[in-house]
Design a binder for this molecule. Structure first.
Ligand code: DHB
Ligand code: MG
Length: 222
């Protein structure tokens, strides 16, 4: 059996064993696929991983950079305590319409503020307004991974947890000669990470339904 197929089957096995039927997220996945969105949302197991991190850390103010169809936004917003809020960004207007419909249908729309336009503009606005976040999920255009991490750190407090998606990209991130913008962006993020002080950092390489990738974790020291 091909490794990729094993990864996908193992993901399905783990989902069957560990997750319960989730009509809310399932509807979002189906609507997003029907609307032709790219299949880049986090997997159900990854969504629960993010939700767990939010619950464990006690986060109340979440920033998501890169909304796509709203799958991870809803998964994270749902994990918040009453009064919690999530700001998310989507550059593509048509995608944002699909996401907003998914968010409205989810029952968690009141907690979610979807801002349409380039993520960096939304981040600049939030920063200018004095926003502080307890938890950040970076998952937009990988070209700007480094810039998003820098901005997230500017809106962090001691203890803030930042998760950056897609930091392996099938191993392409190893290639120092790569001309692919997303690889360059991720490599710039790691070069920036080398310069950081007062941030606890690690990364998980992942396999599963979305192939071989990974997430980096950053926690601002207390
Ligand atoms: C891509 C983007 C993602 O956020 C992801 O999780 C997987 C792939 C991409 O642009 O290729
Ligand atoms: Mg991603």
């Amino acid at each position: 059996m091909q490794l990729a197929e094993t990864f996908a089957q193992m993901d399905a096995f783990l989902e069957r064993s560990l997750l319960r039927p989730d009509p809310v997220l399932q509807a979002i996945a189906e609507n997003s696929a029907k609307a032709g969105l790219v299949p880049h949302a986090v997997t159900p197991l990854q969504a629960e991983f993010l939700a767990l991190l939010i619950r464990i850390s006690g986060a109340r103010r979440v920033l998501e950079i890169g909304c796509l169809g709203g799958y991870s936004a809803v998964a994270m917003a749902r994990a918040l305590p009453d009064g919690g809020s999530l700001l998310t960004t989507e550059i593509d207007t048509r995608t944002a319409r699909v996401a907003q419909a998914n968010i409205d249908q989810s029952g968690f729309g009141e907690r979610i503020d979807l801002q349409i336009g380039p993520a960096m503009e939304a981040l600049e606005r939030a920063h200018a307004a004095g926003a502080v976040f307890d938890f950040v999920f970076i998952d937009a255009d990988k070209v700007n991974h480094r810039n998003y991490l820098e901005k997230a750190l500017q809106m962090a407090r001691p203890g803030t947890l930042i998760v950056a998606d897609n930091i392996v990209r099938g191993g392409d991130v190893l290639d120092a000669q790569s001309r692919e913008n997303s690889v360059l962006g991720v490599r710039q993020m790691f070069a920036y990470a080398e310069t950081l002080d007062g941030v606890e950092m690690t990364a998980l390489q992942t396999v599963g339904a979305k192939g071989y990738d990974g997430m980096a974790l950053f926690r601002v020291s207390q």
